[in-house]
Ligand binder design. Structure first.
Ligand SMILES: [Zn+2]
Length: 432
């Protein structure tokens, strides 16, 4: 593997290990940005921005927008923007989660996003998220971020002897078949609120002071290379940390100083984006308005800056599956290590139009970056992503792109080991 490709994959591996929940994706992003001099801004303050300045906004701990004001920007500057998402399908812990089943301690969960249920079985799992603890001011609970680190949870399969039909496909019920096991209820687990007690002890707070939490069950396995020539990467959360990391590296290395560069990592793409921290919120518009105000744009100049803008919507794509080739379109069949994908659909489930595609192709051709085209089969609805949702509020030219992968939404996903470099190179060229 070429040294530059390996270096970009190392960064990806680090973020895959750190980004175990959307909160932790944001924490990792903040630490990468702050190491390069990015400063935090609050949406409730009046902003004073400097030319050449680097800033970020952390919204509700799970969405982050970062931007660079070019050193030689003037009022003709455009917003060059790229967006991705911080969330991924997983299991989400409910309130009053403790379940006692014949002495087995279990945790009551619901499913977040479109997970492939069976991939969560038979692997050690862990728990992480955000916890709100009582403080003196009821309007400002203390926020703590939590990672159990230890592999405390497990969902065992039923033996084949108890279901001889298992290899013909099994229906999995989210409420009755998916509850992870956390321990046997003897002595130390006799406490009815055993999960809350565990959490309180780990956080060093009183159990009764934990007012609420957003806890996710996550796959703690490390990313790994696979294949005789390390052609592949197997890891949890490739959708969509591949895009988050490419955007961060891309903006940090962007060389253009005439325009305003912005990356937006939104939460809640996997559940439709229509939330206060999703791509369907007005957050991006408000950030643009505040940037324009801080740079003394008048109304006319602000609107022109947006309409001169462009948005890369970056999310994973489907590669051709070697055992299910017929699931792909008949002429657009991306493969692993063929470069990132430009995704289009006339339904506009992908926001891309021909002018946007021409721009991305031009950038790729100039910098010799590999890319492929993805289209759904005409008889399959396929997925969607945040591009069309974000650009309905911020009507800029939008192009949907992303890394081709297999096993999308599995607890462990699969990609080519050269494609992150292609995506990173494109984002860097976009900001160059
Ligand atoms: Zn995605």
């Amino acid at each position: 593997m070429n040294k530059n490709v390996k270096q970009i994959n190392d960064k990806l591996f680090s973020m895959l290990e750190n980004g175990i929940t959307p909160f932790h994706v944001v924490l990792d992003t903040v630490s990468q940005l702050e190491a390069e001099g990015y400063k935090a801004l609050s949406m409730t303050d009046e902003w004073k921005l400097k030319k050449g300045g680097n800033y970020y906004i952390n919204h509700n701990d799970s969405t982050i927008i970062a931007f660079h004001v070019g050193k030689s920007t003037d009022k003709k500057a455009a917003f060059r923007m790229a967006a991705a998402h911080t969330d991924f399908p997983c299991l989400f812990v409910k309130p009053s989660p403790e379940v006692n089943t014949n002495g087995y301690g279990q945790v009551n969960i619901e499913i977040y996003g479109g997970a492939i249920y069976n991939t969560w079985f038979d692997r050690p799992l862990s728990l992480a998220g955000k916890v709100a603890v009582r403080s003196k001011d009821a309007f400002k609970p203390e926020i703590k971020f939590f990672d159990a680190k230890d592999k405390i949870l497990y969902i065992p399969n039923l033996a084949i002897h108890m279901n001889r039909e298992v290899n013909k496909g099994v229906e999995i019920n989210a409420q009755t078949d998916m509850l992870p096991l956390i321990g046997m209820l003897k002595e130390k687990l006799e406490d009815k609120e055993f999960l809350l007690s565990y959490l309180a002890k780990k956080l060093g707070v009183k159990k009764e002071d934990i007012l609420d939490y957003e806890l996710f069950v996550y796959n703690p396995e490390k990313p790994e290379y696979v294949g005789m020539d390390k052609d592949f990467i197997s890891a949890p959360r490739l959708d969509n940390i591949t895009s988050c990391q490419a955007l961060i590296s891309g903006i940090l290395e962007g060389a253009d100083e005439k325009n305003i560069h912005l990356i937006a990592l939104f939460n809640h793409e996997e559940i439709g984006s229509g939330t206060k921290q999703g791509a369907g919120s007005l957050l991006l518009n408000h950030v643009i308005e505040k940037i324009a105000a801080a740079l003394n744009y008048n109304e006319q100049e602000r609107v022109s800056a947006i309409y001169n803008g462009i948005l890369l919507s970056v999310d994973v794509a489907h590669a051709t599956h070697p055992n299910k080739v017929g699931k792909m379109d008949i002429t657009n069949k991306p493969v692993l290590n063929g470069g990132f994908c430009i995704k289009a659909a006339c339904s506009q489930s992908y926001a891309t139009d021909c002018e946007g595609i021409a721009i991305v192709k031009g950038l790729c051709d100039n910098a010799k970056i590999k890319y492929q085209r993805f289209e759904n089969r005409s008889d399959v609805r396929g997925g969607g992503t945040l591009g069309s949702i974000a650009s309905a509020h911020t009507p800029v030219k939008t192009v949907d792109i992303g890394i081709p992968m297999l096993a999308m939404h599995s607890a462990r996903e699969f990609m080519g080991s050269e494609d992150e470099f292609a995506l990173y190179s494109l984002v860097k060229a976009f900001f160059a």
